[in-house]
Design a protein around this ligand. Structure first.
Ligand code: SF4
Ligand code: SF4
Length: 512
């Protein structure tokens, strides 16, 4: 295969007319002089700078867009360019080699032995019929909802299987919490299963991990079950889109609004368990055309002194016949934020809860040579070992999701056609070789695009959101050199406009 490589250094100009080099291999951003910037552009375009310098006869040189500079100064910056070249700038990145990593059965076993979260879809039943539901009319990539409930033997089998694996010496995450999550439908409709499994899981011996519990709920049954959840120190994620008007898409099956009922349950929880409410209760608000980032922020801030997580509607798996209505409902989070009267205050207060700040943060992490993903990486010399194509997480590295129909999946956010195994009455069918083969086949479909994509080492594109049906997915986020330069410039613009944000991310963003 011909070697595929891309230039590591991108000259980047910001709206403020500042000029930088951003080097992906060295992970450094360097503010630079306009002459140096001009020479770097010539170099990247493959022009012979030495030859050009010899043609300069006047004592001053016109640098397009930047003015006139003494010839000696131009020569000085040429020497600086050569110095930077010797220091490793302007090298090539061999993406053809880097993106050759493959999933192996052993790596899957190790990942599962260090699992961070197992989530059970306790039921596919729900009292609500939200307009934009991920299992509703807009989407076509989930199993039919049949009001099923998960039973205890199913959960028990999965917990025992995982307990055996995470207790092996392959576990190197000593004392790290292992989260047991409950999801639906509405998981509190199958509450006795939560009760039974919490009590059961606590009786099992977890050699390396501590157990934690988490539930995502629509809030309609909170009043009935809050004591149990407070007693077991659950993290509770309540779905609520803001005030009554903002929440208009979250309705009962008969179309009646759910807002008042949910609100009174949340208030009851706050009143009865104030400390627990403060520390362990979180809100997820979906952004759409009946609310805005500003309204959501003000509502949760004023009423509960909380910063909600704002979620955009999932744009993947949309049915063609619903696309028009979907896009009328959809609202872009960044646009909504910047349309706020006081967007800078909201940005400061919401901070890492905003997807835009999360994107800035991951740009910072992936473009800094002082950031390490974990302690293990701290001890390895090469921070950029081989990678998988795309930004897809390796199987089970984020979580294991068990559906009510017994499908074992990488997470709840992807189409249910991507099952990786099954839980059957006879046992768990999880063939690591087969999973590795499937991932490697999916990765091979996108590898070529990733090998010439400038964003390959900062990619967040999950492969399961691409159309894999005919084996030829086309990635809409592919970045050529020009797009990439704009992409970096956007982030540098952000830091120029928000100079305190860099320090704030370094100091406040928790590193797990
Ligand atoms: S959406 Fe994709 S990358 Fe994200 S957790 Fe799920 S499988 Fe992994
Ligand atoms: S953005 Fe698309 S093409 Fe680029 S690395 Fe990610 S998945 Fe590959």
């Amino acid at each position: 295969m011909a070697e595929i490589s891309t230039g590591a250094t991108a000259p980047v100009e910001t709206i403020g007319k500042n000029k930088y080099f951003y080097d992906r291999r060295l992970e450094k951003v360097v503010l630079c002089h306009p002459v140096l910037y001009f020479l770097a552009q010539m170099k990247i375009q493959g022009k012979d700078i030495a030859e050009w310098l010899e043609t300069l006869e006047d004592i001053t040189v016109e640098i397009p867009g930047s003015g006139t500079f003494p010839r000696d100064e131009v020569l000085y910056y040429y020497r600086k360019l050569l110095f930077l070249e010797d220091a490793g700038y302007f090298s090539e990145i061999s993406q053809g080699d880097i993106l050759n990593r493959e999933v192996t059965p052993d790596s899957i076993r190790k990942t599962l032995a260090n699992l961070m979260q197992v989530t059970f879809e306790l039921t596919d039943s729900c009292q609500m019929d939200c307009f934009y539901c991920g299992y509703g009319k807009f989407y076509g990539d989930y199993d039919k909802r049949e009001n099923k409930h998960m039973d205890f033997p199913m959960i028990k089998r999965m917990l025992e299987y995982l307990n055996d694996l995470v207790n092996t010496p392959l576990n190197r995450s000593h004392n790290r919490p292992l989260f047991i999550g409950y999801y639906g439908g509405e998981p509190l409709l199958n509450f006795h299963m939560i009760e039974e499994t919490v009590n059961y899981a606590k009786r099992l011996n977890w050699v390396h991990n501590t157990l934690r519990f988490t539930v995502t709920t629509n809030g309609l049954l909170l009043n009935k079950y809050m004591d149990f959840m407070a007693e077991h120190d659950f993290n509770i994620f309540i779905s609520l889109d803001g005030d009554e008007k903002n929440n208009a898409y979250r309705v009962f099956k008969n179309g009646n609004p759910t807002y008042e009922r949910v609100l009174s349950n949340v208030e009851a929880l706050q009143k009865k368990h104030p400390d627990f409410f403060k520390q362990r209760v979180f809100f997820n608000a979906v952004l759409h055309n009946k609310n805005s980032v500003e309204e959501i922020f003000n509502y949760f801030n004023d009423r509960f002194d909380k910063k909600p997580t704002i979620l955009s509607l999932n744009t993947n798996g949309i049915r063609e016949d619903q696309a028009d209505e979907f896009w009328r409902t959809y609202v872009n989070e960044e646009e909504s934020l910047y349309n706020s009267e006081d967007y800078s205050r909201i940005e400061q207060e919401m901070f890492i809860k905003l997807p835009s700040i999360q994107a800035v943060t991951s740009f910072m992490f992936s473009s800094s040579d002082f950031y390490y993903n974990d302690y293990n990486q701290f001890f390895t010399i090469d921070k950029a070992p081989e990678r998988f194509p795309s930004g897809t997480c390796p199987p089970f590295s984020k979580k294991l999701f068990l559906t009510v129909n017994g499908k074992i999946m990488a997470c709840e956010r992807i189409g249910q056609q991507f099952e990786l195994g099954r839980l059957t009455p006879e046992g768990i069918v999880l063939d690591f070789q087969e999973i590795a083969d499937r991932y490697n086949r999916w990765f091979s479909m996108i590898r070529k695009q990733c090998q010439s994509c400038y964003i390959f080492d900062q990619c967040t594109q999950c492969i399961f959101y691409l159309d894999l049906k005919d084996g030829k997915p086309v990635c809409g986020n592919f970045q050529n050199y020009a797009n990439y330069s704009r992409y970096v410039s956007n982030y540098l613009n952000f830091f120029e406009k928000n100079p305190g944000m860099f320090d704030r991310v370094v100091e406040e963003v928790m590193i797990d």
